[in-house]
Each structure stands twice: as C-alpha cells, then as structure tokens.
Design a protein around this ligand. Structure first.
Ligand code: HEC
Length: 325
C-alpha cells in the first residue's frame, strides 16, 4: 500500500536535515520557534495562524456519563500526535494540526502532503488503493463540524474511516477500541449549530491547560473502567498540550523548568498506569490540583512569552523559508 503521507514525512525529514545543516551557517534562532510553523506557509499571518485558532463547535455534553466520557476521550485523542504513530507523530502532527478545533486549517502546508495551503493528501490509499498509481491528490481540509451536507463520510461509517486513517494512511498503531469509538463520537458531536459567536479563539495558557486537564479527566474516566491503554493515550494528549505551552516559553527558563517538572510528573503517571499501580488515580488527582498554581504562574509570565502576539510576530519573522523551491 502506498501512502503519500509516508512520502511527505520523508520529505519532512529531508527538510529537517537541510534546516540543521543550514543552521550552522546562520544566526542562532533561525529554527522556527513554534513547531507548527514547519507546516505553515512562510508568509502566514502569525496572528491568525499561531495566536488564534478556529473556535470549536462542540455540542453540549450528552447527559449519559458514559457517552460524555466517550466524547472527551475522542476529543483528547484528536489532539494527541502519538495516536497517528510513525513519521506524523514524530513531526508532532495530530488530527488537530489539520482540523484545528475540529475544523479546518487554511494555513496548513506540509511539503509532500499539501498542494495549495489548506490542503492535504490523506485519503488516496484509503479510497483508491486499487489505483496505486502514486497520483498526488491533495484535497481541502474539511471543517468536521459540517454542515452535514458538505461532509462525505456518513456518521455510521466514521469508525471504519478513522480506523483506516490512523492505521493505513498514517501508519499508526491499532488504537484502543474506546479511543476509536471516542473519535467517532467526538466528530459526531461537532455541529455548526454549536459554533460560538466569535469565529476564532485566542491561544492562551488557560486554553491549553484547560485542554490538558480535560484530557486528564478523560484519563481518570478510562482508568476507572480499567482501560489502561486509553488512559495512557489521554495522558499523552495532556503532555502534547504542555509541549505547546513549553515551546512558547523558550526564553523563560524558570517557567520552562516548571513545565518540564510537570511533564515529568505526567511521564511518571503514564508509567504508573502501565504497571497498574493502585495509586495512579490519586497521583492523577494530585497533578490536576498542582496544575492550578502552575497555570497561574505561567499566565502571569505569558506577556513575556510567545503567547504575546507582538513577540510571536517578531519571532515568526526570523524564520527560515518554509521550503526551498
Ligand atoms: C494532514 C492533515 C490531516 C490530518 C492529520 C487528519 N486529517 Fe482528516 N482530513 C484531511 C483532509 C484533507 C480530508 C479530506 C479528504 C477528502 O476530501 O478526500 C480529511 C477528511 C476527514 C474526514 C471526513 C470528512 C467528511 O467529508 O466527511 C474525517 C471524519 C476526518 N478527516 C477525521 C480525521 C481524524 C479523526 C484525524 C486524526 C485521526 C484526521 N482527520 C487527521 C486532512 C487531515
């Protein structure tokens, strides 16, 4: 089976190598300060592409607690690069890199996987494996909130479609059943009627920490059901959110050290979950409690970090060209 994505990832590796070599001859700081800048056009407006994201259109949670947990498991998995496995995970791509806030990403440009900005070739081998001609066929990234008639995949077909995306197109490992069901439940819970009035959400410490905490609440729920693989993935999702905070604090070593201690705490939690340690749930609750003062501290320093739109714009201007053409 051919996967364009694997081909794209190979190009990404080549680009990474080119950046590393070029970096020797250039001033320090030429590496893009944010990982997402590697898959955005060089001239992307930083205020739009990196300081905000499309607002999520998520229906209110179902009243049935199991159904509500499933949506939250899917929501966190959607934000976890490790779900995709392989080169995509190493590059840091999650479902949400393309479908930001469950929606679209007009600034997505990944060499080898995109044509025009906002497109990607992810379904060639899923829909046309019989063709196998290696045709490059990037498509616009759809807004998963719909409207329904703009979407191609019927709600009932989502589990099979998403399973194919993960295991075939992205070469990822077999997802735990609750994760696959959760991803389908999450996508079904996206609805244009649930879109908040402001079209875009500012990316802040609070926004990303709230995501991390939601992922850990989902981990807690999975753990209560004895589902350790799902709980581990949920913790990985929280760690990925911490990374997005961390990279914006590169110039603030004291805050970064705190973030890394918090991340090490989550890594220890994953080990506890894997080994079935009886105190895993209590440790999780402790981490959640400690995340509040951490968040307050980070939020206070955010104006000195790349969460500040002006600093972000300045840092973004120091980037290397996104791709040699
Ligand atoms: C590299 C960018 C990218 C990533 C990562 C990605 N998608 Fe997509 N997705 C696309 C594109 C492009 C399409 C449209 C494909 C087409 O039109 O044939 C799509 C289509 C879809 C659809 C079908 C929408 C419809 O029309 O009904 C769903 C559902 C979906 N993606 C969910 C996911 C999930 C879940 C993940 C993570 C497991 C994911 N996507 C990861 C780019 C991406």
């Amino acid at each position: 089976m051919r996967s364009h994505w694997r081909r794209g990832a190979a190009l990404a590796a080549a680009l990474g190598a080119a950046l590393a070599v070029g970096g020797l001859a250039l001033a320090a700081g030429a590496e893009p300060p944010l990982r997402a800048m590697r898959w955005a056009p060089r001239d992307a407006d930083p205020a739009r592409a990196f300081a905000t994201q499309p607002a999520e259109c998520l229906k209110p949670p179902p009243t049935d607690p199991a159904a509500a947990l499933s949506v939250e498991i899917g929501r966190a998995a959607f934000r976890a690069p490790v779900l995709l496995g392989g080169q995509a995970a190493r590059a840091g791509l999650s479902c949400e890199a393309c479908h930001r806030g469950g929606r679209t990403n007009p600034d997505f440009l990944f060499p080898g996987a995109s044509g025009a900005p906002g497109t990607a070739d992810v379904t060639l081998s899923l829909f046309s494996s019989h063709r196998g001609d290696g045709a490059f066929n990037p498509r616009p990234i759809p807004d998963l909130s719909g409207p329904r008639m703009a979407l191609k995949v019927a709600p009932a077909d989502l589990p099979a479609f998403i399973h194919g995306l993960i295991t075939q197109e992205f070469d990822g490992p077999e997802p735990p059943p609750a994760v696959l069901a959760g991803l389908a439940a999450y996508v079904r819970a996206l609805d244009p009627a649930a879109c908040p009035a402001p079209g875009r959400t500012p990316l802040t410490v609070a926004f990303l920490m709230a995501d991390a905490r939601r992922a850990l609440a989902a981990a807690r729920g999975a753990l209560d059901q004895g589902d350790r693989p799902t709980a581990r993935l949920m913790i990985a999702s929280a760690r990925a959110r911490l990374f997005l905070i961390d990279e914006r604090f590169a110039a603030l070593p004291a805050e970064q050290a705190r973030l890394r201690t918090a991340d090490a705490g989550l890594a220890a939690l994953q080990a506890k979950v894997s080994s079935g340690a009886p105190d895993a749930a209590a440790a999780l609750d402790r981490w959640l409690a400690e995340s509040r003062p951490l968040e307050a501290r980070l939020a206070a320093r955010a104006p000195q970090s790349l969460f500040d739109p002006k600093r972000l714009a300045a840092a973004s201007n120091r980037r290397l060209p996104a791709r040699p053409s």
